[in-house]
Every structure is written in C-alpha cells, then in structure tokens.
Ligand binder design. Structure first.
Ligand code: NAP
Ligand code: MG
Length: 493
C-alpha cells in the first residue's frame, strides 16, 4: 500500500489547525504543554488570537455547505477511516494520554478504546438524519419537516478525558453535517485537539470542516462563544465556567443553542442486600480511575448500616493495596494530578475534610504530583467536603439506616450526573433508581459508565443536553418546517 507522504509518523503539531493548514497563532504568547508527572515540556505552541478565531469560524462556515451535501456514504467512509487510524495509532494515542494529562496505562487504554467505539457509532449517523411528513388540516397542504445540521458548532472541552470528550462532540457534529471549531483546554492541547485534527486530516476530512484553536481562555474564550457563526456551543467542563458560557450564549448577536456537560458528585448507594465484593470493586474503580478526575467519578459512597462494617472491612485494605505513582507502570491505578492548580485544590479539600471532623481512615503524603488514595468516614451532608465535587483520589463514606435515608443523602447535592445503587433485588434497585435525582443511574455497576449508543447527560448543576445515539443526532440538528400548498386558496382580502 502506498504510504501517506505528507502525514508524519509519529504526528507533529506545528500549532493551530485552521482551514486545513498548520501554523502558529497570531497572539504571540507561548503556551507550554507539560507532562504532569515529571514536569518535562512536551510541546510549545504560539497561542491563537481573535483574528485566528474569526478565520477558523469563517472557514468552517464556508466548508460546511459542501460537507452538508456530501453523500452520507462518503461521510461514513471518512469516519470509518478515522476509526481505522485510531486503531492503527493506538500506541501513539495512549502514549500522549499518559504524558500529557497523567493518565495511567489502564485509563489511557480505556479512553482510546471508548473513542473508537464512539466513532464507529457515529459513522452510522449520516444515514439517520431523517425528516417526516405531518398530517395537515388545511385543504391541499402538505407539511414536511426537514432535519438539517445546525451549521457550525463550537466545541469547548476539558482536559480529563480529552481525547474521548472532544471527539464525542466533534464526531457526532460532523456526522450529521456540521462543521466544527474546537477549542481544547490548554492543558490537553494535543490529546484534546491537535491529535484529533491530525487523525481527521489523515482520514480525508475536507479542509476547514474541522478547525482546532489553541489559546488562552482570557484572550479567546468569550469571543469563541459569542462568535455569530457558531450556531451552537457544545461545552464540557466545570459548572462555574459552564454557567458563564451559558450566559454568553444568550447575550451575543444571536441567541444560540447550548449543551452543557458539567461537574458531578456522583453517589454510589450500597443497600443492605448488596453483593459487597462487587460493590467494593465498583467503588474502587469508580473513584480511583484517573485519580478521581472524571465527571462521573464516585465522590460519595452511601452504605447501609447493616452491611457497613462488612463493606469497610473489605474496602479499606483493597484501597490501601492500590498501586499509585508513575502512570507508565503497568497496574498503576492512581497517577499524578493534572497540574498544580488541581493538586492544590484537592489538598485543600483533604484539609477541609479533616477540619470539618471527618475521620481519615486512610491517607498519606503526596509524592510529587501524586496524591495517595484517601478515605474519610463519619461524613455528614452538612460538610462542605460532602457538597463539593472532589476531582481527586479522595472518597467520603456515609453510614445510613435504610433506603429512605440512603435516598435523602444521595439526592442532597447540587449535582445530578451519574449515580449507582447496589442491591441483589432488581425491582428494589429500579424503584430506588427512579427516585434518584440524576441523569443516569446504574444498578449493580459503577458510576463511571458511558455507552456511545445510548443517552448520556446530567440534571441540576451537572448540565443540560444529552449525548448518544438519537439524542445527539437531535441535539446537533434542527427541524425545518416546509409546507407545500397544492390547491388554490381563496384569501379574504
Ligand atoms: P473548566 O475549567 O471548566 O474548562 C473547560 C474548558 O473551558 C477548557 O477548554 C477551558 O480552557 C475552557 N474555558 C475556561 N474559561 C473559559 C471561558 N471564559 N470561555 C470559554 N472557555 C473557557 O473544566 P476543566 O477543569 O477542564 O475540567 C474539569 C471539569 O469538567 C470538572 O468539573 C468535571 O466534572 C467536568 N467534566 C464534565 C463532563 C461531563 O460529561 N459532564 C466530562 C468531563 C469533565 P482552558 O483550560 O484552556 O482555560
Ligand atoms: Mg499537560
């Protein structure tokens, strides 16, 4: 097979990706991308300014027209190429996820595989953008509903699962005929943006359909959201920035659509008939995978007093035995915090939990940027540590009496993303789950669950909007009513 001459292997990233070209930004500030585990600088990129941003949006607007009218089979073929390249370059992707954002091998591998699954799912979407004809009471009129892409979608993504989360918006937006301008977090400029640009470029996506802008949020953040070409903003990140972005979406030249996938404080409930061994395993992976830096991560485990001692007896030693440290080490579950700000935030939350009177049954001093696993018991809902999102390897354990108290503690939060309940009685689990205030509740599984073909999304301060299958197809397209009058109508004037 003929080798691709213009595609480097491994990929190099000479800066911004705008209109199918690679070049430095015009802002002049150098943005450093560093390995959080050893501090080594991996890449330096000259940041984008607002003229770069305008150019990206303009080129996306122009390119979108032809992309929308590209045959579904041709769009699908490009997306299948994307999936193939991701498989072929999996080692390179995994390596970047480890060195750029401190992913362990376990997490990076899960993320790479989930991303391919998401692309394969989306490759069918070009065929699923369907309209309908609706009955009409006006004689001789046919009312048709056409389904069409929004146009240009602005995507803002976080650093924690950057490859998967950026791609989750990008691939689905493209699949239904939109063009995209993507702004990854500066902390994950490669895995959240530039690496995807390389892959889509190699897969044959026409220039301008996907553009990636790397820049400081204070310089281009607000302008990214208010740009009139962006018909819709798909934001994944913290609740505080999401709130700001939502306000901006209503204040620019045009009021625009928005989907917000925000923070969480996911509860895991262990009822008195739970399979304790399984519940312990789910708590460990659901909390400590990626050192707790996942939106669906189990922040709180709520255990019925009848099985509390049994749960803790199994849980604490298994957590104590977890391997933490160098994310390149096979079997390591807890790697470094992604940057100094996140490290400081979690250390402050640990101090807060102690100050509020929670009992630290497991702790330890950080080694470099790595925080060992922490377990706090005797936690009550009035404590701040119980109310905040903890984006680190720290779990709070609640002891409750019966299902009603478990439910009260479970719902006593401003967030509502994921949740789970453990019971060996399926009917009891479903009836409990139906009263949980969350977008997603898993019975006998961990809170960290995401299937690309089904619904994903949160309630309360965890956001608005839904991903997955028919939900994202609907989110990233709009209905257009076109009525056809076939008979001569007598107008009164
Ligand atoms: P963040 O600080 O809110 O940043 C998210 C994105 O917004 C980044 O690209 C960031 O860029 C950008 N940004 C910051 N200020 C902006 C502004 N004024 N205008 C436009 N963009 C702006 O969140 P994070 O720290 O990256 O990620 C962690 C948070 O994301 C957690 O709360 C987590 O729960 C949440 N999350 C939610 C989901 C979900 O699906 N519900 C998934 C993953 C993560 P810079 O970083 O370059 O400033
Ligand atoms: Mg970094």
């Amino acid at each position: 097979m003929k080798a691709e001459s213009n595609i480097p292997s491994p990929y190099v990233f000479p800066g911004q990706y705008i209109a199918g070209s690679w070049r430095p930004g015009r802002h002049g500030n150098v943005i450093k991308d560093a390995n959080p585990f050893d501090g080594k600088v991996l890449l330096e990129v000259v940041g984008a300014d607002r003229t770069d941003l305008d150019e990206a949006y303009q080129t996306a607007k122009t390119a979108q027209v032809a992309w929308e009218h590209t045959l579904p089979g041709q769009k699908a073929a490009i997306l299948r190429n994307v999936a193939r390249i991701m498989r072929e370059r999996k080692d390179e992707i995994v390596s970047w996820l480890i060195k750029e954002v401190g992913s362990t091998i376990i997490k990076a591998t899960i993320e790479a595989d989930m991303t391919v699954a998401g692309v394969e799912e989306a490759a069918a979407y070009p065929y699923r953008v369907e309209g309908k004809i609706v009955p009409c009471d006006d004689e001789g009129t046919e009312t048709r509903i056409y389904r069409r892409p929004i146009g240009v979608i602005g995507v803002i993504s976080p650093w924690n699962f950057p490859f998967y989360l950026s791609n989750r918006s990008v691939v689905t937006a493209l699949a239904v005929g939109n063009a995209v301008v993507l702004k990854p977090s500066q902390t994950s400029m490669v895995t959240g943006g530039l690496l995807l640009a390389r892959i889509y470029e190699e897969a044959g996506l026409p220039p301008g359909v996907l553009n990636v802008i790397v820049g400081s949020s204070s310089e281009i953040g607000d302008a990214f959201v208010t740009n009139p070409i962006a018909g819709f903003i798909s934001f994944t990140g913290s609740t505080s920035v999401g709130r700001h972005v939502a306000q901006l979406c209503k204040t620019g030249k045009y009021i625009k659509g928005i989907a917000l996938e925000l923070g969480g404080s996911s509860p895991m409930v262990v009822l008195d008939d739970a399979d304790i061994d399984m519940a312990v395993g789910a708590t460990i992976l659901g909390r400590f995978l990626h050192q707790g830096m996942i939106c669906m991560s189990t922040n709180r485990v709520i255990v019925d007093s009848k099985v509390y001692d049994q749960f803790m007896k199994a849980f604490v030693p298994r957590v104590k035995a977890l391997k933490y440290g160098d994310p390149n080490e096979p079997g390591c579950l807890i790697g470094p915090m992604v940057n100094q700000d996140q490290f400081d935030l979690v250390i402050d939350q640990i101090k807060l939990a102690r100050k509020e009177g929670a009992t630290e049954v497991l702790g330890g001093e950080p080694v470099g940027m790595v925080i060992p696993p922490h377990i706090f018991t005797d936690v009550t809902t009035d404590m701040k540590i119980a109310q905040q999102e903890v984006f680190g390897p720290v779990i709070t354990v609640f002891k409750v009496n019966g299902d009603e108290e478990a439910l009260r503690v479970c719902n006593d939060t401003d967030f509502g993303l994921s949740s789970s309940v453990f019971t060996q009685n399926e009917a009891r689990g479903v009836s409990f789950a139906r009263r949980v205030e969350a977008g997603m509740t898993h019975i006998n599984d961990m809170t960290v669950c995401d299937y690309p073909n089904t619904m994903f999304g949160g309630e309360k301060n965890s956001g608005i909007g839904r991903f997955g299958g028919e939900w994202i197809i609907s989110e990233f397209t709009r209905d257009h009513l076109i009525s056809v009058k076939r008979t001569k109508k007598q107008y009164p004037f």
